[in-house]
Design a protein around this ligand. Structure first.
Ligand code: ZN
Ligand code: ZN
Ligand code: ZN
Length: 377
């Protein structure tokens, strides 16, 4: 986090907005344990562990956070130390769930409903239920999605930086793909390259030959052969906390003309969907833009997954570009556009870019060439 001052202001307004949204939904308190929601609201990048750390946000009071005593200093050192958040620490022999209940002023059971973050461990959900058995628990996503789904200018810039970081890895993929190397060896190299510009690698898919027909192939001990198609789908999380995710498809030498013809349709489907991004278009309509082009070419049955997923602090989050999702795109929404086609045990292909919806159409965060990359070697 470079300029702390701006960030403190941003976290303050996010906290205030989450409290207001919760109140609108008759939620007495929003309870947030370590994970992307806590990071979004406070900048505190705490690790989820068995001991309870829990931020409590409510409309009629200042937020507070319950933390284990041994984590008090790291909580204070985080942006939380600069926000108006009371730090309530608990010692090893105390019950932190009873403490949350007491701090909420619920000893006389006046609280009706709390919202819990989506990533809260089941053990904690159940312990909270035991500590406050008469309180209804509802998903915190109803509050957090509305906030996180539309990215601020700062977040859009962070996603563009994440896109540039993964593009620089894709720029080196052709050098790693060699006949005789295994997918796992290539994956190891990719892991190193991703970590150079990211905090961590989140996933590495190197699907070669028949493995390219499996959209979530990861890596295996399979050796690259001449004529293989190789799908490389990689992503990581940057130091700023934002995720990258991009796919390119490679061919080891001259590819089969049947594959090339299908790939050209795929490239057109992906480009047309990117060009169709604008506020007001529904998620399912955007899915259909890509799908219809593949279907018209007889490839529709081979496109076995949705067109895309939202991305931000998590690599998969709302909105999902899938049939049945009538949500309308709005400025600031960030998502992948990643149509593909997959022929069982034969070959597969996918082209994936992250885009952000703006008033002027898509801001494209990944800008590597989308043509089938032919690798000699
Ligand atoms: Zn996926
Ligand atoms: Zn993706
Ligand atoms: Zn991907």
């Amino acid at each position: 986090v470079t300029d702390t001052i701006d960030h403190v202001g941003e976290f303050r307004s996010r906290l205030a907005r989450s409290a207001a949204l919760a109140a609108d939904q008759d939620i007495d308190a929003l309870l947030v344990t370590p994970g992307p929601d806590l990071f979004y609201l406070t900048g505190y990048n705490a690790v989820a562990l068995e001991r309870l750390t829990c931020l409590v946000v409510a409309a009629d009071r200042d937020p507070f956070i319950v933390v284990p005593m041994l984590e008090r200093s790291s909580t204070l050192a985080s942006p939380i130390g600069e926000l108006d958040i009371d730090i309530v620490s608990w010692t090893e022999t105390e019950n932190p769930y009873d403490l949350v209940n007491a701090m909420l002023g619920n000893l006389d059971e006046t609280i009706g409903r709390v919202a819990l973050d989506d990533r809260m461990w089941a053990a904690k959900v159940l312990a909270l239920r035991s500590a406050m058995p008469h309180v209804e628990q509802v998903p915190g996503n109803s509050v957090m999605r509305e906030m996180r789904i539309r990215k601020s200018n700062y977040e859009i810039a962070a996603l563009q930086r994440a896109g540039a970081a993964i593009d620089s890895v894709h720029a080196q993929v052709s050098d790693l793909l060699r006949v005789g190397r295994t997918e796992a060896e290539i994956g190891k190299d990719l892991n190193t390259l991703i970590q150079a510009d990211h905090e961590r690698a989140d996933f590495i898919i190197v699907g070669s030959g028949p493995n390219s027909s499996s959209p979530h192939a990861e890596t295996s001990q399979r050796v690259l052969h001449p004529g293989d198609i190789v799908v490389v789908d990689i992503g990581g999380t940057t130091g700023e906390g934002y995720c990258s995710d991009s796919t390119r498809t490679y061919a080891m030498g001259e590819p089969d003309p049947e594959f090339v013809a299908a790939y050209e349709v795929l490239q057109r489907a992906q480009a047309t969907a990117v060009a169709a991004v604008r506020p007001g278009v529904t998620c399912e309509a955007l899915d259909a833009v890509a799908r219809d082009i593949l279907t018209d070419a007889g490839l529709g049955d081979l496109f076995v997954h949705r067109t895309g997923h939202g991305i931000g602090l998590e690599s998969h989050e709302d909105p999902y570009l899938v049939e049945g999702n009538s949500m309308r795109l709005a400025p600031g929404m960030a998502f992948s556009i990643e149509p593909g086609f997959y022929v069982d045990r034969k070959w597969g292909a996918r082209i994936e870019d992250i885009v952000v919806c703006s008033d002027n159409g898509a801001i494209v965060c990944n800008n590597r060439p989308r043509e089938l990359a032919i690798v000699e070697g």
